[in-house]
Structures are given as C-alpha cells and as structure tokens.
Design a protein around this ligand. Structure first.
Ligand SMILES: [Zn+2]
Length: 265
C-alpha cells in the first residue's frame, strides 16, 4: 500500500520517538486493513434510492413490501386494498410457491399492486465462496447469481402473468460485480430510503415513528411475509397519517429512482 512509505515521512517533522509511535499506530490501523484489502475489494453495499426528478415539494412516496419467504400478511394487504394504497411487492419464487392464497389476492388487485423480482431463493447478491450478509450465504459465482435473478423473474411471469423490471436482492445489499450483472440482465435495482420495519422486527410504535420521518420522494421498505410481527399494525397507522398529510403513493412502474449521493453505488 502507498500509505506505508507515506507514514514514515512524518519522522522528519515529529521527531524519532514520536514518529515511531505514530508509525506503529498507523501500522496497527492500516496494516491489517492493507492485508485484508484484496479480500474486501468488492464490499457489499446497501443501495439507497429516492424517486428521481421530483420537485422538493412533490409529495410522492413509493411503498415497497418484500415477500422474502414465510407467510402472507393478510392484514397488511387487506389494509392497503381497503385504503386504495398502491404498492410494489418484491416476491421470491419461494414465497410465491408457498402462498397460493396470497398470490390469488394480489392477482385480483393488480390495479393496486405490481410484483417485482426478489430472487428465486432469497440469496444475497454478493459473489464469492464463503461470503455472507447478515449470516445468509451469498452466491458462489456469477452463474448462481443469474439463476437467482432469472429464476425469480420467471416465477413472477408464470404466476402473476406480468414480467418484472425491478430487482431487489435478499438483504438489499450488493457487491459491484452483482450490481453490474443484474443491470446487464436488464433489471433496475430498487434501493430504498426509509427502512420502516427492519425486516419485520420492529414494534408498532417504532414503525409509526419511522414513517413520521417520510418526506416527498422517499422509497419505503417494509415486509409482507411475517404476519406475526407488527408490520401491519405499524404501517396501518403510519400510512394513514401520510395520506392525511397529503402524500400520494406511487409504484415503481410509474417512476424512476436515483441513488442518494454518498450512498450505494
Ligand atoms: Zn427479503
């Protein structure tokens, strides 16, 4: 690393003892990082997006709900139907296969919901043997990533009847090799800006609190696969508040997204 010769230049200005201590300190900080650098050359990042090209006072918000694996959150989807709130649903093949009733409800409300690709088996978009995100193993190679993306897309087209155009990987983290490959396959990557339920782990009050911070142009992520959690309860209150404040909900097939500067890619 270039930092190694650089740190010794400090010798002339800080004195021998000081520079040695400083050098050791710098070595402790940068040495291990330098050694580890080749293995971390392509780190996973969480991509943060907002709705593109909205004026600052535009009150458009996109609600996205992930269906990773698990069950169908009937209460949440019925709440959206009752209140005519459109949403973009990111479903895996795994979830579609296991939830025929949920699929039938969604299919009979395609005026409100669009279904997009969350992969075949909910595998994070990081490539390399032994890599994991939140403890979930990633893909061993690019061939497996392609299968995850295309297998999920195929399942949606077969089940819902409409091909997806957006992709959100399991855990919403990506390394740059995966990002490039997903885009090469023709899919736009859907990040988010408001994490409303932290994987359906938050309690109702915390979800409501997060939704109080929504601004125009935000992309909300929450989950529709854990009915035992508080997502339906928290979103029901929080989304009604947003409607009362005059926010309008849009789906991702109606807008484009842009990466928030300083985050993601
Ligand atoms: Zn997921």
């Amino acid at each position: 690393m270039m930092r190694v010769p650089g740190q010794w230049r400090w010798r002339t200005s800080t004195g021998a003892a000081g520079s040695l201590a400083f050098g050791v300190l710098i070595g402790l900080f940068f040495g291990p990082a330098s050694l580890a650098a080749p293995m971390q050359a392509d780190p996973a990042v969480e991509i943060h997006d907002r709705i593109a090209d909205d004026a600052p006072d535009a009150k458009r918000v996109a609600l996205t709900l992930d269906a990773c694996s698990g069950k169908f959150d009937d209460d949440l989807i019925e709440f959206l139907i009752r209140n005519h709130i459109p949403a973009t649903l990111f479903a895996t093949k795994k979830w579609l296969d296991k939830n025929p009733y949920g699929v039938s409800v969604i299919k009979s409300h395609l005026d409100l919901f669009e279904v997009e690709d969350h992969g075949e088996n909910h595998i994070p978009a990081v490539i390399g043997a032994g890599r994991k995100v939140y403890g979930i193993p990633g893909e061993p190679d690019i061939i497996h990533l392609r299968r995850e993306v295309l297998g999920g897309a195929h399942a949606i087209e077969q089940t819902i009847g409409v091909p997806p155009h957006w992709y959100r990987a399991a855990t919403a983290e990506y390394d740059s090799q995966a990002t490039q490959e997903i885009e090469k396959l023709g899919y736009k990557i859907a990040g988010f800006s408001i994490n409303a339920d932290a994987g359906a782990t938050l309690k109702q009050a915390a979800i409501e609190d997060r939704l109080k911070h929504v601004k125009g142009g935000d992309v909300i992520i929450a989950h529709m696969n854990k009915p035992a959690g508080d997502s339906a309860e928290g979103l029901s209150v929080g989304l009604i508040q947003l409607l009362k404040k005059g926010y309008v909900f849009v789906r991702l097939d109606q807008v484009d997204l842009k990466v928030i500067p300083g985050t993601g890619r």
